[in-house]
Design a protein around this ligand. Structure first.
Ligand code: SF4
Length: 935
């Protein structure tokens, strides 16, 4: 069936017919098939075939019959600039202060094309009903006037102009034209076909005559149940993953030679990112390694916006920097950009500079600040940077002037080259090289817009370039040949087999044949898809003329015809759909009910088909590897002498040995973005310091009671908080902000002291005093926030907490809060508690030797549920001993060099700053939100 169909078109081309296709992809496919047929028939030479998309052929006809004074076709960039300008300058909209959405120009441009294609303009002015249609009428008139003035012709007019040229005999025509892959004949196309026939050209349609609608029975092949497997999956990710592994299986099992696999997705835009991620992981696993420059072994028909390419985003970010200081995150992005560093050393020096700005809590920095800091560092690696920054600053001197786009394009190009934006120290990957070419052509298009934009500022120029890059679709050319087949030796996915994997939307699949097709996302919301009439053309008119997407009936007809075509293009099919999309349940498309009941698709891990992803391979390899993961590097004396971090070392070691190793021995720290105002750590410190000042002044419960009774407590709290805030007033923060923080802390401390007033008499004997302790060969300073002594001499260790706290972190077998316990290494204590200063309810959270030592804190004996979690502890002395043993163990593990990635719980990872280093989430143990991975 397949070869017969292809044979027909190949024979027509061989006999001199021109083939005009519905899209570029089909033209490429048929050209490759034709060449292959010629090669296999052992011809020595053959005429170059004319197989091209319809508009390209129409344009070539016009160019061949060139006449002086005829308008030239407008480029997409010019056309969009013109539409935007017309809408921006619409006085009616300005007068009525109507908000127009950013994409309005695209809908208007599309309406303009539809009106031409469906010959609706001839229907007169009465079709323009409603405010939107009236606005569109105004804009299209302006657009026509501008085209005339500038000497351009819109693509919508092209076929009409060619028809006239054909009718007047100005064009040389072939004897036969085959229209390939068209499901529908629009009025404009019908007029073109008539003009060709009247001029004596034979017209044929391939693979069949356009069909406007079908009854549902006719869609599926007769043996649908045998040839079509139907599956559903719990999620789109599982569906895509299963398809990726199916492609591997299909390619391995097919021994006939070259295998063509089509993955057809009605809603490709929604699936695109998941397909890219999962197919790359399965079909070209090494592509995750950037230095390998591995290209995809599948072709996806939907490109992404050029602005999403890192190289272009980097260029636009550089150009958007002005003379004024910019947000630290924006400038940080520039300092860390891989496209600016000339050498690896320079990159590291720039990253260090970025870290310094962030640690010093700069919220904004300018190019001059960076230049000053780089020059002051006296770092050989930054010498080149200083010179480039000088050039950049100089370039911005004339930034305020108004100029034509051609001036700015040249200026931008010069600046980027001078900064070493591309190339730098690295050679470009193939993707980057293609991106660079696209960027250059974008810049050239922008430079040619002067007759539309007039003089513009630098800022406006960058904004327009960014918008153009967002509108331009970037489609990388893969290693596959022009019809998508993977070339030999470049990483085909099956053993020794060549194969071609095409991922296509429904329209792009038109006319192509495959060995296997997976129709993905075939659910009732996508087949048929929802109607989406153009907002600028009255819906009734769109319905009457049968415009695309105008009505549900039109969408149903389109889906039916497309499915029929798909089921005629392969031998074997899988149809799949997810059971849920964005939280909404979906079912199989009603058009496919003839394929029978869908089977539940198994998650790829359950099918027995092993993943080829690098991640899976890497982790499978980990499981087999004994060395060198068990090798420990003990703490040297030199390291021990310079160890910083105090009791946090023990806390980190008990929460995760790798974290402690990375932080205290490798010096790993995340650089966080400074916050506007006070960050949570600073706010916690202010509360700690205020209470420290307060108790140093007040000394204990006796004086606290006196202050309360004499009405002086508020003043005393205010004085303590004032002292804690003193340093903050000196910082570059608004006074009002510090005052407000002061009011908050005063209220919090006052509330807390109401709890302290309920206690049995006590004296604060120590605040924030460090005590050296040696444990497990480690010498560190224990510094509890406070040590109180009760009337009976009992000692109570207290730590202030402004965040969440629980005493479960003191369970000896699951020690995650060991800092306060360290105090007990040198001296015993009788109660331990967090002072939980977290609104709405402040309270003590702790455990004590006897009842009544602290309000709300039970004795060990009565704290049954907590005590039952510790085996063999009968009394307080036992507990102290168990704590000492547990601390000893944690400390000696650290000294011995234990560094396994073994977090005590999911919570340990939730707020950790090092997941990038330990890569726990990549290992698939937890999701990045800290929850355990189910599958
Ligand atoms: S993210 Fe988790 S496993 Fe990784 S270092 Fe932090 S605590 Fe350890």
């Amino acid at each position: 069936m397949v070869s017969e169909k292809l044979d027909r078109v190949i024979k027509a081309v061989e006999n001199g017919a021109v083939v005009v296709t519905v899209n570029k992809r089909l033209a490429r496919y048929l050209s490759v098939r034709f060449e292959a047929a010629m090669v296999s028939s052992e011809r020595a030479a053959w005429a170059t075939p004319v197989i091209m998309p319809m508009l390209s052929w129409a344009r070539s006809l016009l160019e061949d019959s060139w006449q002086e004074g005829r308008a030239v076709l407008i480029t997409e960039a010019r056309s969009s600039a013109l539409w935007k300008k017309i809408i921006e300058e619409d006085r009616v909209i300005a007068r009525h202060k109507v908000l127009i959405s950013e994409g309005a120009w695209q809908a208007a441009a599309s309406a303009y094309g539809l009106m031409k294609e469906y010959c609706a303009e001839d229907l007169g002015d009465e079709i323009y009903l409603g405010a939107e249609a009236m606005a569109f009428k105004r804009w299209s008139r302006e657009y026509d006037k501008a085209l005339k003035r500038l000497g351009f012709m819109d693509y919508g007019e092209l076929v009409g102009v060619v028809c006239k040229a054909v009718a007047s005999g100005e064009v040389a025509l072939p004897g036969k034209v085959v229209f390939a892959g068209f499901d529908e004949v629009t009025p404009q196309r019908a007029a073109f076909i008539r003009a060709l026939q009247q001029a004596g050209t034979e017209v044929d349609h391939w693979p069949s005559e356009p069909r406007l609608a079908l009854d549902e029975e006719a869609i599926l092949p007769e043996d649908a149940k045998e040839r079509i497997e139907c599956k559903n999956f719990r999620s789109t990710t599982q569906e895509v993953r299963a398809a990726a592994r199916w492609i591997r299986e299909v390619s391995a099992s097919d021994k006939e030679g070259r295998v063509r696999v089509g993955v057809i997705v009605p809603e490709l835009a929604g699936y695109r990112d998941i397909i890219l991620r999962e197919f790359r992981a399965e079909l070209s696993p090494a592509s995750v390694l950037p230095w390998e420059d591995i290209q995809d072994v599948f072709n996806i028909s939907l490109g992404s916006a050029l602005v999403a390419e890192p190289l272009v985003r980097g260029a636009l970010d550089i150009l958007a920097i002005g003379v004024w200081p910019e947000d630290i995150s924006k400038m940080g992005g520039i300092l860390l950009s891989p496209f600016l560093r000339a050498t690896e050393e320079e990159g590291l020096a720039l990253a260090a500079l970025d870290g310094e700005f962030k640690r010093r809590k700069f919220l904004k920095i300018g190019l001059r600040d960076i230049r000053g800091a780089a020059a002051a560092r006296d770092n050989e690696s930054l010498k080149g940077v200083v010179g480039r920054l000088d050039r950049w600053i100089k370039d911005l001197e004339g930034a305020h002037k108004q100029a034509l786009p051609a001036f700015w394009a040249e200026r931008f190009s010069g600046l980027l080259t001078a900064l070493g934006w591309y190339g730098g120290g690295n050679s470009l990957t193939s993707r980057e090289y293609q991106t660079l070419e696209s960027w250059r052509s974008l810049l050239a298009e922008f430079a040619g817009l002067g007759d539309i934009t007039g003089l513009i500022s630098r800022q406006d120029a960058v904004a327009r370039l960014r918008a153009m890059a967002a509108e331009k679709i970037f489609q990388i050319e893969t290693v596959t040949d022009s019809c998508g087949a993977v070339s030999e030796g470049c990483g085909a996915v099956s053993d020794g087999q060549e194969m071609s994997v095409e991922v296509l939307g429904i329209l792009e699949a038109s006319g192509q044949d495959f060995d296997h097709i997976w129709l993905m996302g075939a659910h009732d919301g996508a087949l048929p898809g929802p109607a989406a009439p153009n907002p600028f053309i009255p819906v009734e008119l769109q319905r009457r003329l049968g415009m695309p997407r105008a009505t549900p009936e039109k969408m149903l007809g389109f889906a039916a015809v497309s499915l029929k075509r798909i089921f005629e293009s392969a031998r074997n099919f899988v149809v799949s759909y997810p059971l849920e999309i964005e939280g909404k349940e979906v079912g199989l498309s009603p058009l496919l009910k003839g394929v029978g009941k869908a089977e539940e698709g198994l998650a790829p891990s359950q099918t027995g088909c092993r993943s080829s992803s690098l991640k899976a391979d890497t982790h499978a390899a980990f499981a087999l590897e004994d060395m060198p993961l068990d090798e420990k590097i003990p703490l040297s004396n030199l390291e021990a002498a310079g160890l910083r971090g105090g009791t946090s070392v023990i806390k980190d070691q008990s929460e995760c040995p790798f974290r402690a190793f990375a932080k205290y021995r490798l010096g790993a720290r995340a650089v966080t973005l400074p916050e506007d105002g006070l960050d949570s750590a600073e706010r916690g410190t202010i509360v700690h310091e205020a209470l420290e000042h307060f108790w140093k002044e007040v000394g204990g419960s006796l004086r606290l009671r006196e202050l309360k009774d004499q009405g002086e407590l508020g003043a005393s709290i205010g004085a303590a908080v004032g002292r804690a805030l003193k340093g903050y007033y000196a910082k570059r923060l608004p006074k009002r902000l510090i005052d407000m923080e002061g009011e908050r802390v005063e209220a919090l401390v006052a509330e807390w002291l109401e709890i302290e007033l309920k206690r049995t008499p006590f004296t604060v004997v120590q605040t924030e005093r460090g005590e050296k302790v040696t444990i497990g060969g480690l010498s560190i300073t224990a510094r509890p926030d406070r040590l109180d002594e009760l009337e009976n001499g009992a000692k109570v260790v207290i730590d202030y907490k402004t965040g969440n706290c629980t005493k479960n972190g003191w369970l000896p077998d699951k020690l995650t809060e060991p800092q306060m316990l360290l105090y007990g290494i040198g001296s015993d204590f009788d109660a331990i508690a967090f002072a939980s200063l977290k609104l709405p309810k402040t309270k003590f959270v702790g455990i004590s030797k006897d009842d009544g030592m602290l309000p709300g804190v039970k004795s060990l004996e009565n704290e049954n549920r907590w005590r039952e979690q510790i085996e063999g502890v009968r009394n307080w002395d036992d507990l102290m001993e168990r704590w000492r043993e547990a601390l000893e163990q944690v400390a000696s593990d650290f000294v011995a060099g234990s560094s396994s990635v073994a977090p005590s719980s999911q919570d340990a990872c939730k707020y950790c700053e090092l997941p990038i280093l330990c890569r726990i989430f990549e290992a698939g143990v937890f999701d990045s939100d800290g929850s355990e991975v189910g599958q």
